[in-house]
Write a protein that binds this ligand. Structure first.
Ligand code: FMN
Length: 210
C-alpha cells in the first residue's frame, strides 16, 4: 500500500542538508493542510512558512539549537487562534454560505450554538481546542511530505512564548503550537537515518471490542 510505504520511509529527521524543496511539492503539502478536517470546519489556525535564513537563525536558539531549524528548506509554524471570537466564528459560517450559495436554517442554528458557547469560554480552554485542530493539519502535512518524498521533523521542542515574540503572533491573536521543518535528510550525519522504527505492539495499541 503506497500510503504505508511512505509512512515507513519517513522518520523524524535529525539532520538535513539545506537542499531547497520545490514550490510544487510545498504547494501539495499546503493543500493537504488546507484539506484537513477541523471541528465545525472553523480551521482555527494559520501556518507561517519561513524561508528567511536570518529568521531561522533567530529561532534555532529557542528551539533547543536543533540543526533542522536552519538546515531545512521551509520551516512551517503552526499557530492556533488564541481563542474563539464571534467575529472568527461568523467569518467561517459566512464563507460557507457564500461558497454554497444558500443559507440553511439548521446550519444557522448551529452557528448560534457555537456563538453562545465558545467566545464565553476561558481563552486557555479555547486555545487547547484550537491547537488540537492545528495538530490534525500538522499530521496531514507530515504524511503529505512523505508522499512527496520530502523529509520533515515534527518539533515541539521550542519555547512558544519566545517564538510568538519573534514572529509577532500574539498581536495577530495567534499562538505557536508546533513546528515542521521540511527539507532533505542528511543521511551521513543523521544518527537516526538508518535505525529501525520503534513502535509498540499491536496488542498494546489496539483493543478490539466484539
Ligand atoms: C508533536 C511532536 C513533537 C515532536 N518534537 C520533536 C522535537 O522537538 N525534536 C525531535 O527531534 N523530534 C521530535 N518529535 C519526533 C518524535 O520523537 C518521533 O516522531 C517519534 O520518536 C517517532 O519516530 P519517527 O517519527 O522517526 O517514526 C516530535 C514528534 C511529534 C509528533
Amino acid at each position: 500500500m503506497e500510503l504505508l510505504d511512505n509512512l515507513k520511509w519517513r522518520y523524524a529527521a535529525k539532520a538535513m542538508n539545506g537542499k531547497v524543496v520545490s514550490e510544487d511539492k510545498i504547494d501539495n503539502i499546503i493543500e493537504a493542510i488546507s484539506l484537513s478536517p477541523t471541528s465545525s470546519g472553523l480551521q482555527p489556525f494559520e501556518v507561517l512558512i519561513i524561508k528567511n535564513q536570518a529568521i531561522k537563525e533567530q529561532i534555532k536558539p529557542i528551539a533547543w539549537h536543533q540543526s533542522v531549524i536552519t538546515d531545512c528548506s521551509h520551516l512551517l509554524v503552526f499557530a492556533a487562534w488564541d481563542t474563539y471570537t464571534e467575529d472568527r466564528i461568523n467569518k467561517m459560517f459566512d464563507l460557507t454560505n457564500t461558497i454554497r450559495g444558500f443559507k440553511n436554517e439548521g446550519w444557522e442554528k448551529y452557528r448560534q450554538m457555537l456563538l453562545d458557547m465558545y467566545p464565553q469560554k476561558d481563552p486557555e480552554e479555547n486555545f487547547i481546542h484550537t491547537s488540537k485542530q492545528a495538530y490534525i493539519a500538522f499530521a496531514n502535512a507530515v504524511t503529505a511530505a512523505a508522499f512527496e518524498k520530502v523529509d520533515s521533523t515534527p518539533i515541539e521542542g521550542f519555547d512558544p512564548n519566545a517564538l510568538d515574540k519573534i514572529l509577532g503572533l500574539r498581536e495577530k491573536g495567534l499562538r505557536s503550537c508546533v513546528l515542521l521543518p521540511i527539507g532533505y535528510r542528511d543521511e551521513e550525519n543523521d544518527w537516526l537515518a538508518k535505525l529501525p522504527k520503534v513502535r509498540k505492539s499491536r496488542e498494546d495499541l489496539i483493543t478490539v471490542i466484539h
